[in-house]
Design a protein around this ligand. Sequence first.
Ligand code: HEM
Length: 444
Amino acid sequence: MVKTSAPRHKGLPILGSLLELYSDPQNFFQQLHKDYGDVVRFNMVNFDSIAIFDPKLIGEVLVSKHHDYSKNRIFWDNVKEVFGNGLLTNEGESWKTQRKLASPSFRPKSVATYIDSMISLSDLEVSSWINGSRIDIHDKMMGLTANIIAKIIFNTTTGDKGQTLLEALKELEHLILSRIKRPHPFIHKLPLPSNKRYQNLIDVIESEVMGFIDESKESDSEYPTLLSNLMRAKYEDGSSMSNKQLRDEIMTIFLAGHDTTAITLSSTFYLLSQHNEVERKMLREIDYVLNGEALTADKLDKLTYTKKVIKESMRLMPVVWAIGREAERDTQLGPYKIHKGTTVYICQYLMQRLDKYFESPKKFDPERWTDEFTANLPKYVYSPFGGGPRVCIGEHLSMLEAIIILVTVYRKFKLVYEEKAPPEYFAGAVLTPKRGMPMAVFRR
Ligand code: HEM
């Protein structure tokens, strides 16, 4: 018999499931799946919501019926002053045009031109580490990936005039996290010091970004930056991106493009410190491939086990742990009716830990990623970069960057997690370690 309505999880009167979702989001989705199966409706205050744990339905939302959905406004409206109309939050024809213009800069051939910078900035970072010292590896990775993305976008780093921009962005990232935790957007409008600081930081960043844009317009440098690529790109009518659109794209790429990779690396360092056999095998591969020589672009493809380590780390700890969409019109999802305005939740964190698809799902086991296993895994069970037309534009870049950093660190150091309790994460837009990732570093 075809079911036309999904089971409904009853929350509190008025608030619905708001408190459950906000207090422990991952547990909330886990419990929903356990209690109701692959599809369940619930309420968030007066917003109708549905969580789906069936890869076929996920494929409908992200791919075959993606026209029926937009990004989840309830969430993104919290930070619209930052991202503006950039790729992450843009919609419809405008998004399509912008994506077409930005895509060439993220193709493997373009990304390859950034490899040398990524290697030298990673070397520079690791060369300052002291044997036996304790560092917050999360903080170090946030700094390094910010430096790398600043180099790629502007050809600058914290070492020179990007300092003001990078410091403001760092502070803004903290404020974004606390805004997302607020129970209602009306709080954003109150004359609170944190709201004033938020606006002040956006003004600082905007003015710095505009400075770079002006400089780039006047520069005759041949160095291909992402900014210069976007400035050179032309719409079909021959015109170029406005300064406002450039600002939105740059802010988006900067913010979407560095903490994600940094957190992925922090989680990978932690997982490796807990799994000595995996770490040993990866070190053997790194030593064998490098053979005492410098890391170069041609060696990256040979690091197949190291790639699996990152892939498996992203399975257990997907930094973008859930994706939301909003139905733009009444539509059909599998056999279920979806009303306009319904929020659809896709939880990669849970999907990637289901024992239906992964044997011993909680085990950190890079070996599981054989070609056969990958080919047989239904699409959208494993999707740390999302899927369909709005799949992460930086997927190739971030995988390359993660491998380069991992290899640069482990060819010189081993990292030990000395805390008694495992790291705790805050599940906002991304899974962020609550208290950083303190680790001791020892020369190999
Ligand atoms: C480990 C690293 C990364 C992960 C796990 C990740 C994950 C994701 C995911 C899941 C989405 C889709 C969100 C949705 O459908 O709602 C996304 C979109 C996006 N990502 Fe990433 N990302 C990473 C790195 C990067 C990097 C390095 C950049 C840029 C330099 C970047 C830029 C973007 C942009 C611009 C979008 C929006 C694309 C669009 O809608 O057209 N990401 N990312």
